[in-house]
Write a protein that binds this ligand. Sequence first.
Ligand code: NCD
Length: 318
Amino acid sequence: MQKINGNFYHKDILSLDQFSQKDLSILFAHAKKMKTFASNLRPLKLLNGYVVTLLFYEPSSRTFGSFSGAVKRTGGQTIEIQNPAQVSSVAKGETLEDTIKTFESYSECIVMRHPIAGSAKKAADAASIPVINAGDGTGEHPTQALLDMYTIHQHFKRLNNITVVFGGDMLNGRTVHSLLRALSLYKNNTAFLLSPKNLRLSKEDFSSIEKKGVKLIEIHNEKDIPKKADVWYWTRVQKERFANLEEYEKVKHSFIVNPQFLAKYGNKNMILMHPLPRVGEIDPSVDADKRSVYLEKQMRNGMYVRMALVALILGKIK
Ligand code: NCD
């Protein structure tokens, strides 16, 4: 996996492990500009003539929608394949490698979501054009972590000395896996991992992420949430990763954020984030709370960050 090392041109985006602080600074400076263009409906011509394939083997609203919007707002066009297992030659048994070869003939970049961890790397190895991992099973979801870090930075004006309480599914949540790696790029960050016992980070993830420098503290009871946290990052229990749905039912609503929960365990300066979709773990009565950033800020930032990322990868900005 190639490091970005200040130069995004033609790089695959597979994991947060490719990034450094400097790379995030470059990306965020551009995302800020993209936000101004998009908010003022100023069309950009950066990607004129370019086509980006969105190949999504798993359902998606925000990642798909924001990549599609991002490419179009920067002047490019998209080939959009949602559910290739039904609508493309994948249904006839075509391999991932052949599918990738196909879309690399028609476009300059492939954004792929796939149910199997490691498949983004496999696609990138098969492709001669850049591949962006839009979520590979229980693996990673790097562009989500980038927009999450952008959102944290926008609010706190720093990315070090941050305490994040992750709530939900640490084992299967790819957004958690990427955001923990992102936090490890900065000094003095701490993550409290609040989950049912059977949804802890895997041993391998725990030790490899901890080695990168972020302090990890596993907790299984909301009473152990630190009062002074900066960010709560809530997540959905990932139903589709359970072999046994009864097991899912037992843990799906272990930690529900509602106004009482927030009043008891939160503080007034924190923000509440969620990659979405939520399926009950944040009560809608919390949406109007000014600490909730998941519905507007976080989602919109996704598009600005992806506008910047695609333009950087295609060499249209530096
Ligand atoms: C997440 C995903 O697909 O990993 N959604 C997203 O991209 N914003 C989170 C989830 O599905 O729980």
